[in-house]
Design a protein around this ligand. Structure first.
Ligand code: DX5
Ligand code: ZN
Length: 229
């Protein structure tokens, strides 16, 4: 079976109504989300605090697609089993979170999850050269992590380089931060296949007007697909 490199939209629930996550997750999936992106922040690795394993476990029954958990925490290793128990499908750790990403990725896979590695804007593509056989996803941050609604930082050179380095390996390139119908074609043309979008998906909508989520998701997909490498 060939690796699915088609464009996938992963709304980030960081921009959802925090008082209504279950209904929000169901709404974005009904409106076309391919994955659900969950931003875990510890108030230490990044200057913001969101949710941990208990909340992620509560989200699980509502996620029918793929639960894509983005860890902005340090350390990572002590929490890997807790996120496996919470039902994460993909667990992504930042390469800047500690000196032993090679070990962390193996531990994530050993806990029966797909492993991802994230790169802050200041971290070069070469940093993952010796990790590509241990990972299922490389997340390219196009904002400095910690908040939604920030301005897109152009990392298309890094994406192109990663696409080349990955070659035929079954490794997704995920883009996270400031993705919208303007920036989506840029990263898709460079070789990305998973597009995280928070504010661009949730803006103007709600669980009582979910069709707005649908329009927003379609707009990002329609902009990216023709440009996909
Ligand atoms: C930021 C998070 C992103 C964020 C994206 O640290 O990792 O997932 O929620 O939100 P937008 O699409 O609004 O930039
Ligand atoms: Zn994220």
């Amino acid at each position: 079976m060939s690796f699915d490199r088609s464009i996938k939209i992963a709304p980030s629930i960081l921009s959802a109504d925090f008082a209504n996550f279950g209904a929000e997750i169901q709404a974005i999936e009904a409106q076309g989300a391919d994955w659900v992106h969950i931003d875990v922040m510890d108030g230490h690795f990044v200057p913001n605090l969101t949710f941990g394993p208990p909340a992620v476990k509560a989200f699980r029954p509502h996620v029918k697609t793929v639960m894509d958990v983005h860890l902005m925490i340090t350390p990572v290793d002590p929490y890997i089993q807790a996120y496996a128990d919470a039902g994460a499908d993909i667990l992504t750790a930042h390469i800047e979170a500690g000196p032993h990403t090679h070990r962390t990725l193996q531990a994530i896979r050993a806990a029966s999850m797909k492993a991802g590695v994230a790169l802050n804007p200041g971290t070069p593509a070469d940093a993952v050269e010796h990790l590509l056989d241990l990972t299922d996803l490389v997340c390219v941050m196009t904002v400095n992590p910690g908040f939604g609604g920030q301005k897109f930082i152009d990392m298309t050179d890094k994406v192109r380089k990663l696409r080349q380095m990955i070659g035929d390996r079954p490794v997704h390139i995920e883009i996270d931060g400031g993705v919208d119908p303007i920036t989506a074609p840029l990263v898709a043309a460079a070789g990305a296949d998973v597009l995280v979008a928070g504010s661009a998906v949730f803006k103007g909508g709600s669980v009582s007007s979910p069709e707005v989520y649908g329009k927003n998701i379609s707009a990002v997909r329609a902009a990216a697909q023709p440009a996909a490498a």
